[in-house]
Design a protein around this ligand. Structure first.
Ligand SMILES: [Zn+2]
Length: 353
């Protein structure tokens, strides 16, 4: 299960050995002057507002999983692109401090760096100035269990998080960390005294990242480690369009299109030639362009419903020739609503006019 937790207090210094850690993750060796380093309190073992907490052992398991993972904004990869990367983590104890559960308090500290660029100067200033304070983590755990009886969450064991049983606070214990995805600065007012801790404050340009970004025209750079859930969603959307386009092209050519028409209008023949049927994304819109020597009743809407089914995995683009050959309307996708369907151009053979 995926877990998102929020805590505060980033803080930072580039300590001896840290530049080496950073350069293990960097494509090009960086100098101290090229990086801005800071530390964040990723998560702790305190019971949170949801009545959940990471077991201390879970924090130990999360520590190595977070190394190399990125820091972003509001768990959204597309919002402002990648901001920072964790190069070192460690579980910290706070002697004398106890959690609500009554055991020693501990927390997972993350050390992150950014390559200084003209574009992220304002972000660095916000971290320095304490505006970017609250940090949230996304990770996954195998188990979420009742602290009183060990029953998996969701099984009605009768214990309620927040209640006390025989002097013991009931909470949901998050255990067996399986993955860590990212940390994120979140736009939630932090508690007093929380904040990103100071790091380096040189001002200059980071040639390597700048060149990388400008040289490729990239608007976002994805490091080649595990993808975060939000990255996967973005990629899935792109893949959806790719699948739709592949499905659409299966309709091209001269075929009997009985399988993708609505009955109601008699025609001499149901054979048509589709010159092209292409799908692409334009921002938030998915554009479908289809050109044919004629269309049967609702044919474009049924073909579109069919390629949507392909994107949804309900059929494969490779199934489409057989669907057309069957002539069976029930094998193809639904007739989609007409909104957004436009006739853009008409051609006539000269001898018809
Ligand atoms: Zn229980």
């Amino acid at each position: 299960m995926k877990i998102i937790k929020t805590s505060q207090e980033p803080q930072a210094v580039l300590q001896p050995g840290h530049l080496e850690d950073i350069n293990r993750l960097s494509r090009t060796p960086l100098t101290e002057a090229e990086v801005y380093a800071f530390s964040v309190r990723l998560c702790d073992n305190e019971v949170d507002r949801d009545g959940e907490r990471f077991a201390p052992r879970t924090l130990e398991q999360l520590a190595p999983l977070f190394v190399g993972k990125s820091g972003i904004f509001d768990h959204n990869w597309s919002a402002q692109g990648q901001a920072a990367r964790l190069y070192r983590t460690e579980v910290m104890a706070e002697p004398g401090r106890l959690t609500q559960a009554g055991d020693p308090y501990c927390w997972l500290k993350g050390y992150a760096y950014m390559v200084r660029t003209p574009d992220n100067q304002s972000l660095i200033a916000e971290i320095e100035g304490g505006i970017k304070k609250e940090v949230s983590v996304a990770c996954s755990v195998e188990k979420a269990v009742c602290s009183i009886c060990g029953a998996p969450r969701g099984e009605s064991c009768g214990h309620k998080p927040g209640e006390v049983y025989d002097g013991k606070l009931c909470y949901i214990s998050l255990e067996e960390a399986s993955d860590a995805y990212e940390f994120s600065f979140v736009a939630v007012p932090a508690q007093p005294h929380a904040g990103v801790v100071k790091g380096f404050s040189h001002h200059w340009e980071a040639a390597c990242l700048k060149e990388l970004v400008q040289g490729t025209g990239a608007t976002m750079v994805i490091f080649d480690n595990a993808l975060s859930p939000s990255q996967q969603r973005v990629l899935t959307e792109e893949l959806g369009v790719t699948v739709m386009d592949r499905a659409a092209r299966a309709f091209e050519g001269t075929h009997d299109f009985r399988a993708v028409r609505s009955v109601g209008t008699e025609t001499r023949t149901t054979v048509r030639t589709v010159h092209y049927f292409q799908v692409s994304r334009a921002g938030e819109l998915i554009e479908c362009r289809v050109c044919a020597d004629g269309f049967l009743y609702n044919m474009v809407r049924a073909m579109t419903g069919t390629i949507v089914y392909a994107a949804e995995g309900k059929l494969s683009p490779e199934d489409i020739p057989a669907i057309l050959a069957s002539g069976n309307r029930t094998l193809a996708g639904p007739t989609v609503p007409p909104g957004g369907l436009y006739m853009t151009k008409l051609w006539y053979e000269e001898n018809v006019l």
